[in-house]
Design a protein around this ligand. Structure first.
Ligand code: SIN
Length: 307
């Protein structure tokens, strides 16, 4: 039985002066209303940035954003992060297509399974953003879970136990699943699948397999909020523990973070623009859009060495 914590769901909006913020769920998420993100003043942008850190995921409806405008908006948060999977669209290497055709039947869907973006890198991306262009009439939602709220609800004893631990983040599960279930092609997961049968993995993939060790509890560099840094897709072990020791703990933490009460779910529309802070939440997409095209564009903002 999961006991939902009382008095900890702090998703109320701040006292904003420049923007209107409408929370989505009790746990996290908020809509920013009445502005075009391509023409935010500095004062509006400052409140949008603060709202992102407060609500973990924010979104705007009815936006009209070109690739160049998405690049400019993204750069207001910081430089682009290196992307682990895609090469970007022509002329915009930092704008990554997230497209599934109506008749595509991928074995593995990009972004499925709860995850934080590219944590197997030494400096994982801080912020990710997605702009929806073509959206199925139903299906294709994205879910997020608040890993800071999840951390705050752990017992003090569990917090003490986790404090010194470092989680090993690796691309291993994605690689193995892609090699087993996905045909090699020019999609992000198809390129990983293309390594099947290769005697030696390309150096870049081998590095992502080796991955990186990060604090299991990380502190947000701006707000100092603490959050669990752990997910279903990439958390492969805990440094210094055997896999028999680490697995039950990681499984418990993933179940704890992603319990329904700590989540929110976004129904996309064409023109919806969402961004989230990978340091404070995990997210997942679903393989539930058979028969419909789904087209979004993603940019990511460089992060820091997690601490
Ligand atoms: C992602 O994980 O960045 C993709 C999410 C989505 O396609 O909804």
């Amino acid at each position: 039985m999961i006991l939902h914590p009382t008095g900890r769901f702090g998703n109320a909006p701040a006292d904003n002066r420049e923007i209107e913020v409408r929370p989505l769920a009790a746990a996290m998420g908020a809509e920013i209303v009445g502005v075009q993100l391509t023409s935010l003043s500095d004062a509006q942008f400052a409140e949008v940035r603060a709202a992102l850190f407060r609500h973990k995921m924010i979104y705007f409806r009815s936006q009209d954003v070109s690739h160049a405008e998405q690049e400019r908006f993204s750069l207001r948060f910081g430089p682009f992060a290196p992307d682990a999977y895609t090469k970007g669209v022509e002329g915009h290497p930092d704008v990554q297509p997230v497209i599934r055709e109506a008749d595509e039947r991928p074995g593995v869907i990009f972004g499925s399974g709860w995850h934080t973006d590219s944590p197997f890198l030494p400096e994982p991306p801080a912020i990710s953003m997605l702009y929806g262009v073509e959206i199925p009439p139903w299906g294709g939602d994205t879910m997020w879970a608040n890993s800071a709220l999840a951390y705050s609800t752990l017992s003090d004893t569990m917090k003490t136990l986790l404090a010194p631990l470092r989680v090993r983040m690796s691309m291993r599960t994605v690689l193995e699943t892609a090699q087993m279930h996905q045909a090699p092609d020019d999609t992000p997961i198809g390129r990983v699948a293309a390594t099947r049968g290769q005697a030696q993995l390309p150096a870049e993939i081998a590095r992502k397999l080796e991955g990186a060790g990060h604090p299991l509890v990380r502190t947000h560099p701006v707000t100092r909020e603490e959050a669990l840094y752990c997910d279903q897709t990439y958390a492969a072990g805990i440094d210094g523990l055997t896999s028999e020791e680490a697995s039950p703990l990681l499984q418990f933490l993933v179940r704890h973070i992603t319990q329904p009460a700590f989540t929110c779910r976004l129904r996309w529309e064409a023109g919806t623009f969402a961004l989230w802070d990978n340091r404070l939440c995990v997210h997942q997409a679903f393989n539930d859009t058979d028969g419909f095209r789904r087209e979004l564009y993603r940019t990511t903002v460089a992060g820091e060495v997690p601490a």
